[in-house]
Write a protein that binds this ligand. Structure first.
Ligand SMILES: O=C(O)CCC(=O)C(=O)O
Length: 257
């Protein structure tokens, strides 16, 4: 069985992360990374904040996503700068997610430096908030900056992790599925025109994360194909995501969205 590692005490160690990077487990679920009350408070702020839409999917979000700007570097950094204030307003009274995630990783990798990624003088966007309304889904895809982000300095990382904080769950649907097979270059023939890959690309071995609750943090290796099933309840699924790039030899971790 390929099951996630569930952590109740908010503390990961480097062996847990090695399990993830070595395909031994599909995900790490950190319970109550934010409390239910903190989530409620953050959601209230998000509801008041200005959102934008991804052109094709009409998914609402706050903050730019690098993967949608792979050929628009300047526009990405410009948007990252503009969103900074909005994020500050959302996290006025609650510890911001970057410092919380960085502190947790620092404990697992005490000799590593951990910071927001920078390119020359420009800062990458620290995270992205996504609002998935009823009917939306995220098709099968992978995230691999080494392959897709050639214009960005972070494309030279050794390993990539995805951290997603679940701020609000829908009543039905919106479950993450992680496939055992990882993307490889020859899978590009299965790429769909809009976004993602044909279901033919994935193996029959997968893990569906059924018991993720509001406030949990889910860490995956995003080079595994993964998807989010259609949101079927009236309550929107709201998440906050960031990527971490690990430089093993330089003992450095950088974050971006
Ligand atoms: O929303 C999620 O749980 C996963 C998001 C996702 O697919 C990604 O960050 O690549």
């Amino acid at each position: 069985m390929w099951n996630p590692l569930v952590i109740e005490n908010q503390s990961i160690n480097h062996l847990d992360l090695e399990l993830l990077l070595n395909k031994k487990i599909p995900a790490i679920i950190i319970r109550n990374f934010y409390s239910k009350e903190q989530c409620k408070f953050i959601i209230k702020k998000i509801e008041k904040a200005k959102k934008t839409h991804f052109q094709k999917t009409k998914l609402e979000h706050i903050g730019p996503f690098l993967m949608s700007h792979i050929t628009q570097k300047n526009e990405y950094f410009e948007k990252a700068k503009k969103t900074q204030k909005q994020f500050e307003q959302i996290f006025t009274k609650v510890e911001n997610p970057s410092s919380k995630v960085f502190a947790m990783f620092k404990k697992a990798f005490p000799t590593f430096s951990i910071s927001l990624a920078k390119q020359s003088q420009e800062s990458f966007s620290p995270y992205i908030i996504r609002i998935h309304k009823k009917g939306k889904a995220i098709p099968i895809h992978k995230d691999n900056i080494k392959y897709e982000g050639k214009e960005f300095c972070i494309s030279n990382i050794d390993s990539q992790l995805s951290c997603v904080i679940h701020l609000q769950e829908s009543e039905v649907g919106g479950k993450v599925i992680i496939y055992e097979n990882q993307w490889k270059r020859s899978d590009e023939k299965f790429r769909e025109i809009d976004f993602g890959y044909s279901p033919k690309v994935v193996s029959s071995n997968y893990c569906k994360l059924k018991s993720v609750n509001k406030g949990d943090l889910v860490i995956i290796n995003p080079n595994h194909f993964h998807e989010v099933t259609k949101i079927q309840g009236n309550t929107s699924r709201i998440t906050l995501g960031m990527f971490l790039g690990v430089y093993h030899k330089d003992q450095k971790i950088v974050a971006w969205a």
